[in-house]
Ligand binder design. Structure first.
Ligand code: MGD
Ligand code: MGD
Ligand code: SF4
Ligand code: MO
Length: 722
């Protein structure tokens, strides 16, 4: 193609003192293809360029992606281990001194062993994250269970993808976040997108989404806010936060009533249709409208557009998943695809917008409290046997399942967990109900934090270990589509920083568990053991060698052996992963959010993201351009609501809930419901909106309800007058 030729030529024009390292962005699940530019004289990363040949994002990148490289040699990098000498300063940046690795390791081993001798193996907890490669995620699970021998490990995906995982498991018997490759999306006829601020959070998906409309297809968006994607949608379903299940039931009811169903598909390939049909009958457009606040005509039109489309994709993200009925919401919206048979073929299916870079792979290989590599379960003795064999331990040595992320903080609070190894997460900003969580961290007997910047969570640590950034190590991650891709090393680790896997191997040796870890001398050694550990599990990566990933532009799991090219489309044979091969259409009674508005807290608070910052903000708040574009948090308020409270644009107000309060500048906008306010959550200390959020957990996924609680606004001067 002309275009390819053009870019090949441009590539050949590269500077003589520069090399390009092919890799992917460090941030979200899109994993946009990029080349890092490396100065071959200094061997330092000096810039980035988009990678046009990458089939998923074809040269597109967002403001975070184009500045991601600035993290690597940033002045704020931690270059040596830090030890806290002054415990009275816990919870602040002060009181640390630089130390050698040996000194840091000695202190960690001494404290871990002391706690475990006195209070048992389970007195230690591991809290991790999925901005790490599959190899690191895999090793972290093994490190917790084999080196520390504790049952308590969980990770930040519990705040992110766990409801999607739970819903997919229940509905399809397998949790691969997208049943189809992204390269299909622009060819579908109707996109139904619920609770995703796609243009800000997965910006490089947008060209495919606009292409659907340009081809004459339809875009339906369900969101309490008029986000950029909602603004251009054919239909914006502006529902009240926390009412998605009613909307899903209402649409499924209409699909059935209008005969937009595939009876043959339902009979042959699903269970549960009759019960669901009975249950959703009640959800007439009027009743659904009463609960959701969406006009009945809009609900009717949505069902019609989706029902009539020859091909359609149902997509969703945290807006529907971060609720205490997140799993039900996922199954509820997936019902749309199952009753219409719009799944298990090209251009149709169901997909969640995976959040973190390795949000998919990181949840499959043993960082979850109840899971082992290959998406095996600790509760299944056969699964334990298979993994124990790879690890060289006896099955009875495998610790039992632990508890979910937020529940780990509850166990810290009651002193069941006394020591914490935190890596790749910043829960002092991102966990719900922060007054409680921060106190639980502060009261720990001993805490280790591995990060490459001093995060708000590291401020609670006794020892901080300097980790590497994504560009200083290699490995694989699994992107939004379920495609395993390769991250390449562009620069040697700066200062004395080390990749997390290396710290774990070295700690394991010092804990006397070296025989299970010492053979792992590189990321690729871990990769080999990791693939073997997934073999035969349903998230089977065994055939996804680094060579094959390179040759094929990635490999979709499952990929069982060397001859298997992988699985871009799930369920093409109409075989779902439940034992009878059928998918489950779920009958799901509606329940309201855990905390409904009342006289004292009359507004609904919802939280989320802006395009310029990433998660807890520990990485993006340090990048000048991103900070300039969005320097501080704010609260979005509808003009009529603002008038009622007599508050004005840019005025600072007090926002409070039953759990906490914070002060924010007001941003007046018509792009939000009158009964709802929104605050982005990327900011730390007193600016964290999670001081206010509720830790109401989904009964299945244990996901906190970040997306809906009851709140109140107060004018600051009014407080002074009182
Ligand atoms: N710029 C940026 N991009 C990111 C990230 C980031 O931090 N910044 N993080 C990455 C990660 S880890 C994740 S998980 C994803 C998150 O991606 P998204 O889920 O798209 O992001 P959010 O802003 O959390 O929420 C999405 C939308 O849900 C809406 N919403 C709130 N309550 C409800 C509700 O009750 N029902 C419905 N239907 N909608 C509701 C909000 O108004 C918001 O527009 O983004 C990834 N990409
Ligand atoms: N109110 C509210 N709260 C939310 C959400 C919401 O929508 N609303 N969303 C939730 C969601 S979806 C998510 S994903 C969570 C995320 O919450 P966090 O887990 O806190 O997310 P990050 O900010 O990515 O934290 C990762 C930390 O690890 C560091 N890091 C990055 N890569 C590595 C590595 O390879 N090794 C090590 N050792 N460190 C590394 C980074 O510098 C950063 O400090 O927040 C959740 N919290
Ligand atoms: S869309 Fe996501 S992966 Fe792509 S450049 Fe932006 S943050 Fe990076
Ligand atoms: Mo996330």
């Amino acid at each position: 193609m002309q275009r390819d030729k053009f870019f090949k030529e441009v590539e050949n024009l590269q500077h003589p003192n520069e090399k390009l390292v092919k890799t992917h962005c460090s941030y979200c699940g899109m994993q946009c293809g990029m080349n890092l530019r490396v100065n071959t004289k200094t061997n330092q990363i000096i810039g980035v360029e988009p990678r046009y040949e990458w089939p998923v994002t074809v040269g597109k990148m967002c403001p975070k992606g184009v500045t991601a490289y600035q993290q690597v040699n940033h002045d704020d990098r931690i270059l040596k281990p830090l030890i806290r000498d002054d415990k009275s300063l816990k919870g602040t940046k002060q009181g640390f001194r630089e130390a050698t690795w040996e000194e840091a390791y000695d202190l960690i081993i001494e404290n871990f062993q002391k706690l475990q001798t006195q209070y048992g193996k389970d007195s230690l907890g591991v809290f991790s994250g999925v901005s790490m490669t599959n190899e690191k995620c895999y090793l972290t699970g093994k490190f917790a269970r084999v080196a520390l021998q504790t049952r308590y490990i969980d990770y930040n995906g519990r705040f992110c993808m766990s409801s999607a995982a739970g819903g997919f498991m229940r509905t399809f018997g397998v949790d691969r976040g997208s049943t189809l490759p992204w390269t299909d999306i622009h060819e579908t006829d109707c996109l139904f997108i619920a609770g995703s601020n796609t243009a800000e959070c997965h910006p490089t998906s947008m060209f495919r989404i606009w292409a659907v409309q340009e081809r004459g297809g339809y875009l339906i968006v369900a969101d309490p806010r008029e986000t950029p994607i909602a603004r251009r949608a054919d239909l914006h379903l502006d529902l009240r936060p926390g009412t998605d299940l009613a909307l899903a039931n209402g649409i499924v009811n209409l699909l059935i009533e209008n005969g937009h169903i595939d009876k043959e598909f339902i009979n042959k390939h699903t269970n549960g249709f009759e019960e669901t049909k009975e249950l959703v009958k009640e959800f007439t457009p009027e009743y659904t409208s009463m609960i959701t606040g969406v006009a009945p005509e809009k609900i009717i039109r949505a069902a019609e557009l989706y029902g009539k489309a020859p091909n359609a994709v149902v997509m969703f993200a945290r807006g529907i998943e971060q609720q205490h009925k997140g799993v039900d919401n996922v199954s509820g919206y997936s019902n749309m695809a199952l009753v219409t048979g719009k799944i298990g073929r090209a251009k149709s299916g169901v997909a969640t917008f995976t959040g973190q870079g390795n949000g998919q792979g990181g949840r499959e290989h043993g960082q979850k409290a109840d899971a082992l590599p290959g998406y095996r379960k600790i509760a299944n003795p056969q699964h334990v046997k298979e993994v124990a064999e790879v690890w060289g331990i006896k099955p009875e040595e495998m610790p039992p399942a632990g508890v979910s992320a937020y529940e780990m903080f509850e166990l810290m609070s009651d002193k069941t967990i006394r020591g914490l190894y935190l890596l790749c997460s910043n829960p002092a900003v991102s966990a719900p109900n922060l007054n409680f969580v921060r106190k639980a961290m502060k009261d720990l007997d001993f805490m280790v934090c591995s990060d490459f910047y001093l995060s708000e969570s590291a401020e609670f640590a006794d020892v901080v270990l300097p980790a590497t950034t994504w560009a200083e190590d290699e490995g694989t991650v699994t992107n939004i589509e379920g495609r395993i891709i390769k991250i390449n090393k562009a620069q040697e680790p700066i200062g004395e920083s080390k990749p997390d896997w290396q710290m774990q191997v070295e700690l394991a040796e010092r804990l006397g568990r070296g025989k299970y870890f010492s053979h792992l001398k590189s990321a690729s050694d871990i990769g080999d053991e990791f693939r073997l550990a997934t073999k035969g599990g349903y998230a089977d990566y065994y055939g996804a060698t680094w060579d094959k990933i390179e040759e094929q532009d990635g490999v979709f799991w499952p990929c069982k052996d060397e001859n298997d090219k992988g699985t871009p489309h799930m369920f093409l044979d109409k075989k779902f992963y439940h034992p009878d091969g059928k998918a489950k259409i779920c009958a799901l009674p509606y329940r309201p959010p855990a905390e409904e508005p009342c006289e004292d807290f009359p507004l609904r608070l919802t939280t989320g993201r802006v395009v310029y910052h990433y998660l807890s903000g520990n990485q993006t708040r340090r990048i000048q351009f991103l900070r300039d574009m969005c320097p501080e948090p704010y609260v979005e308020v509808h003009p009529e609501t603002a008038a009622k409270y007599d508050i004005h644009h840019e005025e600072k107000v007090r926002l409070y809930t039953r759990r906490g309060e914070a002060k924010y500048k007001v941003k007046i906008t018509e792009a939000i419901r009158k009964d709802t306010v929104f605050v982005p959550y990327h900011f730390g200390h007193d600016d964290s909106i999670n001081l206010l959020t509720i830790a109401a957990l989904d009964p299945m996924s244990r996901m906190p309800e970040f997306k809906a609680c009851a709140t109140q606004i107060q004018k600051l001067e009014a407080k002074k007058v009182q």
